[in-house]
Design a protein around this ligand. Structure first.
Ligand code: NAD
Length: 542
């Protein structure tokens, strides 16, 4: 098609409120009831075909183990081989398709998700991952719509970036997709991340094998269905849930493996990097490795901090989605003077948090994702009960009789290196260290050096000079840094997301920086009137 085509200017998808009595609440409630009452059978989707492998696993609600939401069919090595073959076939046309046609698929997927599929993807996220309606809405609906729309806009900018041409020639950059397939491995905690890890490389013309987390299969399957409904050709993205080790073993040694798009824990990412490095001589190209991983996200308050703003940020930052956000506040440094003013209200508000089934809209928190997370978090709480140097100020309880429930917990650590100040817990546990007001400088140093991660962090200060000083002192301590705000809730197109140090490659999901990893540029030089004699003019005389 001739024409300098422009992508519609993206705007962030408005967040729906689901207020009592609203039509949007009634519609979502109806879908929740349907999905809970009629279990979904999730197949693998390979080359556009639904494959029922027979390796069947149950999908249950974290907040109610007895609620079986469906089953999924796990992929084995033979299905992985089939998916690689399907992706290779799809690559022939998809990698050559005009980028505006690929963008049209994702723009349409965004509109389908914002419209007719919104309730299904939100409801499956609420039920399968135990998110409240607000947490599902900002993730599964709004953030994924934003990823798909904004990525088209960023791709437009990349394709438009062209080199200069000297007289007599025409220089061009062609942004080719990678030669081979991308392996997208997504975490349980954000439905949107699943749709972005597979979607971003595919938008640039790549083909993808997508392995969702086994605890997010239901919502991720519906995301795959949205992409199909939007016209994604068969084989461009192949959906292969199942045993992560077996699937990885079956594909990582393939010569066509061209890139890893991973979000998950640090240990798993480091394993991937080592495996890929070990096999480097066998690949057709050097695989791109993009990984966003763990965090030990902090809030540091200056003596000038507003106690009410600080308290609200601590509660929302630490306890929303049960602290299972990579960006969740999990350690806080509060000066004695501010602590004296805010301690009682912080403890009282934490104790008052409503936790339970997220389909009851009065709850602020649901359950943690599975038994493994429950056991790990209960262990931290049980140790804190007996340990020296730490006190439980609120919460500390756990109950697995109906679902995997961990109480929102405040720990007060006298030892700033107590284990819960240093390690990623991934649960609703906030550890606070109270420091003498005159130790601001030392506290910034402590914050910077306590953990190997550098994902998100926040400082609270009403004193501009102190805020500036903290921004400088903690320059490398967080890839997403907040001043007088909670360290969670990054929005696509507004705060590109990712961390450095052990937290990942910091390729900033939902930005052009990420998309650049999925292309391999070809520089083209065309000469209009080429020379016909190899001799240069200076050779005309002695
Ligand atoms: P996880 O590492 O357990 O799993 C992530 C993915 O890796 C899943 O698909 C899983 O099946 C797969 N996986 C696990 N072990 C594997 C193995 N041995 N071989 C191959 N694949 C394997 O992480 P999770 O519990 O799903 O998610 C939570 C983690 O993700 C936390 O550490 C959190 O900080 C991180 N996270 C980071 C970001 C970010 O942007 N930095 C965003 C979300 C989550």
């Amino acid at each position: 098609m001739n024409g300098s085509i422009r992508i519609p200017a993206p705007i962030n998808e408005p967040v729906r409120g689901y207020a009592p009595g609203s039509a949007e609440k009634a519609s979502l409630k109806a879908r929740l009831a349907e999905l809970a009452a009629s279990p979904t059978e999730v197949p693998c989707i390979i080359g556009g075909e639904e494959i029922r492998t027979g390796d069947v696993h149950e999908i249950v609600a974290p907040h109610d183990h007895s609620l079986v939401l469906g089953t999924y069919h796990g992929a084995g090595p033979e299905h992985v081989a089939r998916a690689i073959e399907a992706s290779r076939e799809a690559w022939e046309t998809w990698s050559r398709m005009a980028w505006v046609d690929r963008a049209a698929v994702f723009l349409r997927a965004a509109d389908l998700l914002a419209g007719p599929w919104r309730d299904t993807v939100n409801a499956s996220t609420m039920l399968g991952q135990s998110k409240t309606v607000h947490q599902a809405e900002i993730d599964a609906a709004c953030e994924l719509v934003d990823f798909w729309r904004f990525n088209c806009h960023f791709a437009e900018g990349i394709y438009a970036d062209q080199p200069r041409s000297a007289p007599g020639m025409w220089n061009r950059s062609e942004y080719r997709p990678l030669e081979g397939f991308i392996y997208a491995v997504s975490p349980f905690n954000f439905t949107s991340i699943g749709g972005n890890l597979c979607g971003a490389p595919a938008l640039l013309g790549n083909v993808v094998l997508w392995k969702p987390s086994h605890t997010a299969v239901l919502s991720n399957y519906f995301v795959m269905r949205v992409l199909e409904a939007a016209g994604l050709p068969p084989g461009v993205i192949n959906f292969i849930p199942g045993d992560s080790v077996a699937i990885t073993d079956a594909l990582l040694d393939h010569p066509d493996f061209a890139g890893l798009h991973f979000t998950g824990s640090t240990g798993v990412f480091q394993m991937f990097w080592q495996r890929i490095g070990g096999g480097i001589a066998n690949y057709r190209s050097y695989p791109r490795i993009v990984g966003e991983t763990g965090g030990k996200d902090f809030i540091v308050a200056h003596p000038s901090a507003d106690p009410d703003a600080l308290r609200t940020a601590m509660i929302r930052g630490a306890f929303e989605y049960q602290g299972q956000k990579c960006s969740a506040a999990s350690r806080a440094y509060v000066p004695e003077s501010v602590w004296a003013v805010m301690k009682d209200s912080l403890v009282a508000e934490t104790k008052g948090i409503a936790m339970g089934d997220p389909t009851d809209f009065r709850n602020f928190m649901g359950a943690v994702i599975d038994e493994k997370a429950f056991r790990k978090l209960s262990g931290y709480l049980d140790r804190a009960r007996d340990a020296d140097g730490v006190e439980i100020l609120a919460g500390g309880g756990h109950d697995d009789s109906t679902g995997w429930f961990i109480e929102p917990t405040l720990l007060l650590a006298h030892d700033p290196k107590y284990e819960t100040m240093c390690e990623e817990l991934f649960g609703p546990i906030l550890t606070i260290h109270v420091y003498p007001d005159d130790q601001w400088e030392q506290t910034l140093e402590l914050c910077d050096t306590t953990s190997p991660y550098a994902l998100t962090g926040a400082i609270f200060s009403e004193d501009r000079a102190a805020a500036r000083h903290a921004m400088d002192a903690l320059r490398h301590a967080a890839g997403n840094f907040y001043v007088n705000d909670k360290p969670t809730g990054a929005v696509v197109g507004q705060q590109p997301f990712g961390g450095s140090r052990a937290s990942g490659t910091n390729d900033k999901a939902g930005s052009a920086m990420n998309l650049l990893r999925w292309i391999s540029a070809r520089s083209l030089k065309e000469t209009f009137d080429p020379p016909t004699d190899y001799r240069y003019p200076f050779m005309g005389e002695k």
